[in-house]
Design a protein around this ligand. Sequence first.
Ligand code: ADP
Ligand code: MG
Length: 700
Amino acid sequence: MSSSVKSRLRAGRKQRGNGARKSLSASTRTLPGVGTRREDLLRELGVSTVGDLLVYPPRRYIDRTSFSRIADLRDGAVQTVSGTVTGIETRPAGHKRLFIAHIRDDSGQMRCVWFNQAYLRNVFRPGDTFVFSGKSKVDKYGRSMVHPEYEKMEGDLLHTGRVVPVYRTRPGLGQKQLRNLTRHALDGHLGDVEDCMPDSTRLRLGLAPLSEALEHLHFPPDLKRAEQARRRLAFDEMLVFQTLFALSRRDRKQGDRARAPRPGDEIKRLTAHLPYALTGSQAAALETLIGDIRSPYPMRRLLQGDVGCGKTVVACLVAALVCEEGGQVALMCPTELLAEQHYSTLSRFMTGFGFRVGLLTGSVEPEEGRQLKGDLKSGALPIVVGTHALITESTAFGNLSLAIVDEEQRFGVLQRARFLEKAPSANALVISATPIPRTLALTAYGDLDVTVIDEMPPGRGGHVTRCVGEEAREALLCDIGRRVVSGAQGFYICPAVDKSEAGLMDVTTASRLAQRYLGVDRRAEILTGRTPPEERFHIIEDFRRGSIGLIVATTVIEVGMDIPAATILVVDQADRFGLSQLHQMRGRVARCGAESFSFLIVSETASARARKRVEVLQSTFDGFEIAERDLAFRGPGDVIGTRQHGMPDLRFACLPEDTDLMLTARDEAFDRVLGGDDSEEWLGWVGAVRSLTAGRITVV
Ligand code: ADP
Ligand code: MG
């Protein structure tokens, strides 16, 4: 997508006839001073044409607008002066040669010094006036500036005495050369740029015209104007995306749906079987989801909320509604364990509604699997819960109306897309406990509306998190043993399954250690991704019934597991895990009225920084805050997996800073597209977006 604005220029030109188009798509070779070598260097920067150069954004700006007098220069500060050359000299200095220009203004004099640049002799002619920018200091010869930026004082200044752009570049292509080329491109071609953005949009939002924005992107009169230029181009960029999303939404329109009962009544009816009342936030989310189901456009929604806030319950209620109306529902989970758990919750829940639920995972017997797939294909089975098995080629749906992806943070973007492709016009609900900023959801996740549940069910006990060192492991397990023996239940999470991994605590060692403190009265059981399904099922059931005290596990319990009676979590070598991941694990034990505890054992070998990171969890239980802190520690790629999610490469927009702009662009695009705006200016914009993005961006 890096080429969106670039291509917009190209698209816009089409209507202007050949001359203009040729002009912007002309090779950079047509610019003065560009031969094959510079052409190659520019191409390495992604700049092949004159138009590319126009939208090649500066990395930053240097403000050289204010001039100082030589007498007022301060040591070490970057300052700009203008002065007349009074003389030049070259002299040896060790292995190098110095070139010195003597400069004066009406306040005093200074020397400008360069190493090994003898050609400057031809640049600085005594009597000429130049502008110099750089750091200066006083030495035994008086004040001098070493390697300042300079520019002859004639006509408009480009490199000094103004706000100056600084570009990302390559060795062999200097800032000055890039600036000169950009100036030429602007002078020769700005008139060929056509602004496709509807005027009415632009004026209403107070955005600069495109040609002005391009001029000010490179050579702004001041920094404020530079920012205005960037915003205009960023808006363009986001409007392109949002227009595509809106068009894809429109293309999936399902015809008008029948009028439905009021959501309030429906919520009452659906929740009649629940043993508790929904929180306000859950009810609001459910109402939104019902609205989506009723809308003529298929739902594309991300349901977010911290672990334990009750997202899954809300999803089940919508599922019931969809089944009631004759639709088929598929719920995809990242692990078999979670799929099995949802299967049993849903089965219990759906008996109230009279619907049969199926379970499709890799561990289902082949015969049973074949039967199930048959029923899915014929539409005879209304609800299926499963893992990746749901996206294999042999799985087809007769009547899929709602596709739910639970704990989506564990899926890759492709898996999610493959699932949704099974029924492109079905409703899609994506559930995530990893807080994703709204703006990212709207870009990285393609076209997803976002609903956040930000309230916890009442009556949750407090939660205490404590970090300890490895030396305290035995004492800790002794204490936990006592609690478990007197009836408490918990999870003990280790980073390794096998002993082989040097220095890592493995589940076998850990369970032997723990069992010592549980005595003969209480059992510790091991649960990993390798535990056979049958055994896994019994362990979970026994744990639920209370006959197992401690489950010693790998991160298989991280996602979704819902066993309200468990109140103790131990994570061994917690520094091996991400903060959000640890928080997810905590969510497993903070689900009932009793007070719950997490003990995080930090490795002996952990750095001070790693220990600090884990200690963040002692002070907060807010998943959003934790994600932010994690971000600060690890950088964005790790936490939200932007790369994996195919985050578009935005050139001008910065997220999340440009959230407001993004939402404005979204409103604009959706209102116009779904509102059926057929004004010429808007259709012109849509045409431009379609032609430039054809085949390049897919919206799922
Ligand atoms: P999430 O999927 O957001 O992690 P769940 O839907 O699994 O959360 O719910 C967590 C636990 O809280 C479950 O045991 C569920 O039965 C319970 N729960 C959900 N909503 C409520 C509510 N409104 N009041 C009381 N308990 C609730
Ligand atoms: Mg859940």
